[in-house]
Design a protein around this ligand. Structure first.
Ligand code: SF4
Ligand code: SF4
Length: 497
């Protein structure tokens, strides 16, 4: 365990007393030139970077009216101050959303407002200096872009957008984050975040077919690069690799099998994640997403289904249409894209799946709403479907289900603490401390209702919980994939063989 103190979980949530600079030391590893250049960024801090950063900020506010409004409209009401899990977990006042925004706002004011140019000291305007840049690098990598603060802001100011803009500026002048940029580079070169080449992927899928055959006696397929399949499954590469993710992939395959639909994975687009969103890079976002369009066209599929990944679902649901659409080559009778939970839920509603819920009787399950699904997308054809559908899928497969406190789920869900490109070991202290509010809510249902497992539909949440649960004295295997629960309970009878 690392060299910091894990926050205590109290009986009731407590707003911490401010500790100035408590997390000033927290900064992720800086990207090297080999991580920067393939993404179209300078390898290191460029000459005259101060002016270039200011110019880039100007470009961003002239292109995005939303960003300009967010920077112009804060009235310092304070409603957001206690809403960020990183402030609640670290006590550092710069992790209050309004303070985080002010890191960028102060520079915006200095160069792009009349008052900031004339009387900067009166309006909190600051010059673009190395000290400011260092502060940006530290604190804009203490924001998981979860958007919780925007729910409580009377003006709807979205700190995630501000954080993305700041990271875009930093990348533009040559100061990128190693973790995110290295991953985006791997995806662009090999097709997935893990850097898993096609033969290794094919091998993994073959192994899974054998495992499922042994477990169930049924020939459930895990097809790869099958032309003419009906469905292309786009899923996070974590699903090919480790528990609990891989249990989810087995669950998807069993559902497709039971539904009798043909499906395939693509070795060219073997990744749902798109970390380009975290660094605010539109060009990389598009480049990564285009692989999926290209794979769908080459394989000649009729539908695209997206596996359990939070930010990937945001990119797919909210951006794909304008980013890589139109999808006029897909079957218009189905949603484009469709979430795997939506797919499974439709079958449940039609009575097309059979479950033996007693297979999950060793569990009392709760559900963690992932930020990008909860606050940045929807699911299905009903308002709030992103909250209803995953829960209905869990309840169809488990006899014992309990929700966490209402203010910590749904639209007000607390981030797992590892989203937004922060799921890296060099930010472990931040991740553990930022997970505190979620762990607090989890502890309540563990103590009061005997909850044994927490399910999620996001690869980052699952990986983050696997790491941080033990810090809070919970077992690491408490975290489950929703389709891992489906996999356990689904009955693949003779009709499905
Ligand atoms: S977006 Fe989330 S992580 Fe960022 S400041 Fe708001 S609440 Fe905190
Ligand atoms: S809630 Fe909104 S308006 Fe109020 S201080 Fe926070 S960002 Fe500013």
């Amino acid at each position: 365990m690392a060299n910091f103190e894990t926050p205590a979980l109290r009986e009731y949530p407590v707003i911490p007393i401010v500790q100035e600079g408590a997390m000033a030391h927290s900064s992720p590893f800086v990207a090297k030139p080999e991580h920067q250049q393939p993404l179209g960024f300078p390898g290191q801090l460029v000459e005259n970077w101060e002016q270039k950063a200011v110019d880039r900020l100007g470009e961003l506010v002239s292109k995005s009216r939303a960003l300009r409004v967010f920077l112009d409209s804060c009235v310092k009401c304070g409603a957001c101050t206690d809403k960020c899990h990183y402030y609640l977990g670290t006590s550092d006042p710069k992790n209050m959303p309004v303070a985080r925004q002010d890191l960028l706002r102060s520079v915006y004011r200095r160069y792009y407002t009349f008052a900031g140019r004339v009387v900067p000291w009166l309006v909190g305007a600051r010059d673009m200096t190395k000290e400011v840049l260092d502060e940006w690098y530290s604190y804009f990598h203490q924001c998981s872009q979860c958007r919780r603060c925007s729910v409580y802001c009377p003006y709807g100011i979205d700190t995630a957008e501000i954080s993305m803009a700041a990271r875009d500026i930093m990348n533009t002048v040559g100061l990128g984050q190693k973790y995110s940029n290295e991953i985006i580079g791997k995806l662009q070169k090999i097709g997935n975040n893990l850097g898993l080449p096609e033969p290794a992927l094919a091998d993994t899928l073959e192994g899974l077919e054998e495992d499922v055959k042994l477990e169930t006696g049924v020939d459930v397929k895990f097809p790869l690069d099958v032309k003419g399949a009906e469905i292309l499954l786009i899923t996070p590469s974590a699903d090919f690799f480790a528990e609990p993710h891989i249990d989810g992939l087995v669950g998807y395959a069993k559902v497709f099998h039971a539904a009798g639909v043909s499906w395939t994975l693509s070795s060219y687009a073997s990744e749902a994640a798109n970390f380009s969103m975290f660094i605010g890079s539109h060009s990389n976002l598009r480049k990564v997403a285009l692989r999926i369009r290209k794979a769908a066209l080459e394989l000649g599929v009729k539908r695209i289904v997206v596996g359990e990944c939070g930010h990937a679902w945001r990119v797919a649901y909210s951006f794909w249409n304008t980013l890589i659409g139109p999808f006029d080559f897909l079957d218009p009778n189905y949603p484009v894209p469709q979430h795997i939970c939506e797919f499974t839920y439709d079958l449940i509603r039609k009575g097309a799946l059979k479950f033996d819920k007693s297979q999950n009787d060793d569990k009392v399950v709760t559900f963690h709403d992932s930020c990008n699904v909860a606050r940045a997308s929807r699911m299905g054809d009903m308002p709030g479907g992103q909250f209803v559908i995953p829960r209905e899928v869990i309840k169809a497969t488990c006899n014992h289900y309990v929700d966490m406190a209402p203010e910590t789920i749904g639209e007000g869900t607390f981030c797992c603490g590892g989203g937004g490109g922060l799921l890296t070991d060099d930010l472990m202290e931040l991740r553990v401390k930022g997970a505190m509010p979620r762990m607090q809510a989890l502890k309540e249902v563990v103590d009061e209702h005997g909850v044994t497992h927490i399910a999620a539909i996001c690869a980052i949440c699952k990986a983050q919980f696997t790491k941080v649960l033990p810090y809070y004295k919970f077992p690491m295997d408490m975290i489950q994939s929703v389709h891992g629960l489906v996999s356990k309970a689904i009955v693949l009878g003779p009709a499905n063989e």
